[in-house]
Design a binder for this molecule. Structure first.
Ligand code: F6R
Length: 614
């Protein structure tokens, strides 16, 4: 949530910062702002409610010269989205300008204290409190800015990635992080700073990922010095980015979300590459192999995640219990971290996160680690906070997911979880060799089945028009298809703003069936394995109450087709692999309904891609 960027070098800072903000806009898009130091050493701050393009309009006739600057795109936490609450925030003297991603939890106490010393506040943000606090400490201790930042951050409770400019100091940016990501890019006598590598990759592939409680002091022509809040100097670890610029473009698609839906056959291949060896009839996930004993001994597995990643965790519960015979519970990270959870040393905690930065999942991982559980991560963003904390893990390798609604990350998370389950099951001998080989072959064939399913795009686009009237939707599934129903409902509500709920189909009669009338669309995932006959009966119950049934069925289905109003046929596969194929028509349905309704599908209202606040 919130994107931050900084630049110091020989080029025009404004254009680099604005381009960078556009790349970071997926992290927050309710307001944006920029601070620059011009060649006369004057510090300017410009801010505007709305998108980065609104900021561009606003600064059209303003002085944006300079080779040093910081900029911010906001997802509001404290104070509504408006010009005043947008970042950067000035200190009282207007000598400092600061941008921030995160939350300062003790801001109210600090603010009350500063007000006693005649500090005035113009915004409702916690960020303004932080910049004032830094200035206050600098003044009363008559110290330099780096020391004042260290003093302030040692008293601050919360999460932050910050960057600060100081008037009269045109050769330095100070940045710091705790629990919110920050990357420093090292170019040729120029330096970049950003919430992630996407705005940096265009200029350099040499980066330093800051760790918690570290401060980067970036000086023109001198380079980057890293010190801790307690003033211990650290040697910077320079890493090489593997990100490609083309991965950040729409590639001819109208939206990133559609591009990412269509990328899935390819991203799944990449995700499986080197992990499935069909000739040798083998599946090998290095994180599992290196920690085989832990998985063989595990008394239970606890999965912790949020949103779509939590739905992938739900699929994993069915998978791991079926194939590995290890009990699994799936926790919302936000509840797990605060519950008085009981963890044992032979528990394995798996955290799943596309961004690797979700605040609640990160905190749940920290809690699990402190309690001595073995911590395994499934993440997409390489080098993000969660993989750096875990004992072992597997990346999903789907490249940047830019559409706010998660699609290709979801299918890759499930794929990694299937590979994990197959790997463990074989080691534990809880799967027969024949079944193992059947599943490996079927998994390897999923990208082809996805390609075939994607051919339904035009059909689903036409079909979506019928449902734009709806104010509510219900999604139902059983077994492996229950999490698919939850995910389908989440996709729809996120981008079309239609209220949607997912239910295990048999649960309907315990209450939700009261909602059914002739206007209620009910999407039922009723593929031909598992509890197929049972879900067919559940459909009858919906039809008896005149609900409009949209069924996702296996190609060639007769029975469910005959009792449904609309049908989407997907290729047949093994039951535990169905979520990989069945989620595609649901992603497309949500996408097309949202497009027809005229919504910004890549940046839906109130949401942001990387939820770095709890
Ligand atoms: C839904 C979506 C969110 C994320 C959730 C967790 O489309 O994108 O629900 O899945 O915020 O994010 P990660 O996976 O980055 O931890």
């Amino acid at each position: 949530m919130c994107g931050i960027i900084g630049y110091i070098g020989n080029r025009d800072a404004y254009s680099i910062l604005m381009k960078g903000l556009q790349r970071l806009e997926y992290r927050g898009y309710d307001s944006a702002g920029i601070a620059l130091i011009n060649p006369n050493n004057e510090l300017y701050v410009y801010k505007a409610k709305g998108k980065v393009s609104d900021l561009e309009q606003y600064v059209k006739d303003k002085d944006v010269s300079g080779t040093l600057g910081i900029a911010h795109t906001r997802w509001a936490t404290h104070g509504e989205p408006n010009d005043v609450n947008a970042h950067p925030h000035y200190s009282q003297s207007e000598n400092l300008a600061l941008i921030h991603n995160g939350i300062i939890e003790n801001y109210a106490i600090l603010k009350a204290e500063l007000m006693k010393h005649d500090y005035k506040f113009v915004s409702s943000t916690d960020t303004e409190v932080l910049v004032q606090f830094i200035e206050y400490l600098k003044t009363i201790h008559n110290t330099d800015l780096v020391t004042a930042v260290q003093m302030a951050l040692s008293q601050v409770v919360g999460a932050y990635a910050i960057a600060i400019l100081e008037k009269g100091n045109p050769d330095r940016i100070i940045a710091a992080r705790k629990s919110s990501p920050l990357v420093v890019g090292i170019g040729n006598d120029e330096y970049f700073l950003a919430s992630d590598a996407t705005p940096i990759v265009e200029y350099t592939n040499q980066v330093i990922y800051l760790d918690d409680n570290e401060i980067a002091v970036i000086r023109r022509h001198e380079g980057v010095k890293i010190v801790s809040i307690s003033n211990v100097e650290k040697s910077p670890q320079i890493q090489r980015l593997s990100l490609q610029l083309s991965e950040l473009e729409k590639g001819g698609y109208p939206h990133f979300m559609l591009k990412e839906i269509f990328e899935q056959p390819a991203t799944l291949r990449t995700c499986m590459s080197g992990r499935i060896n069909l000739e040798a009839n083998n599946v090998a996930l290095s994180g599992i192999i290196d920690n085989k004993e832990k998985f063989l001994k595990a008394r239970r597995i606890i999965i912790s995640a949020c949103g779509t990643s939590w739905h992938a965790g739900q699929v994993a519960m069915y998978l791991i219990e079926e194939l590995c015979r290890i009990p699994v519970t799936v926790e919302y990270s936000s509840e797990f971290r605060y519950r008085k959870s009981i963890l044992y040393k032979d528990d394995i905690v798996i955290v799943i996160s596309q961004s690797g930065e979700t605040a609640d999942t990160l905190a749940a991982a920290q809690m699990a680690k402190q309690q001595g559980a073995f911590l395994y991560g499934i993440c997409n963003v390489v080098g993000s906070s969660i993989p750096r904390l875990t004992d072992a893990g597997s990346y999903t390798h789907v490249g940047p997911e830019i559409g706010v609604a998660s699609t290709k990350a979801f299918s890759a998370q499930i794929t990694v979880l299937i590979l994990m389950a197959l790997n463990i099951a074989r080691e534990k001998a809880t799967i027969s060799e024949e079944r193992f080989l059947t599943l490996v072959k079927a998994l390897n064939d999923i990208p082809n089945k996805m390609k075939k399913t994607l051919q339904l795009n035009d059909y689903i686009k036409d079909f979506a028009k019928i449902f734009t009237y709806a104010r509510n939707f219900i999604y139902m599934g059983r077994g492996y298809n229950f999490p698919v129903a939850l995910e389908g409902a989440l996709k729809l509500k996120e981008i079309s703003y239609i209220h949607a709920e997912g239910y295990p189909a048999a649960e309907m009669k315990h209450g939700p069936i009261a909602l059914i009338d002739n206007e209620m669309p009910v999407v039922v995932i009723a593929t031909n394995k598992g509890t197929y006959e049972k879900i067919a009966s559940n459909i009858q119950e919906i039809k008896a109450r005149k609900g409009k049934v949209i069924a996702i069925v296996t190609e060639g289905d007769q029975m469910v087709k005959s009792i449904s109003d609309y049908c989407i046929e997907i290729p047949e596969t093994e039951e535990c692999l169905v979520p990989l194929v069945a989620s595609i028509p649901l992603q497309l349905l949500a996408y097309h309904i949202a497009v027809i309704k005229g919504h910004n599908v890549d940046q839906p209202r109130n949401l942001a891609k990387s939820v770095t606040v709890e």
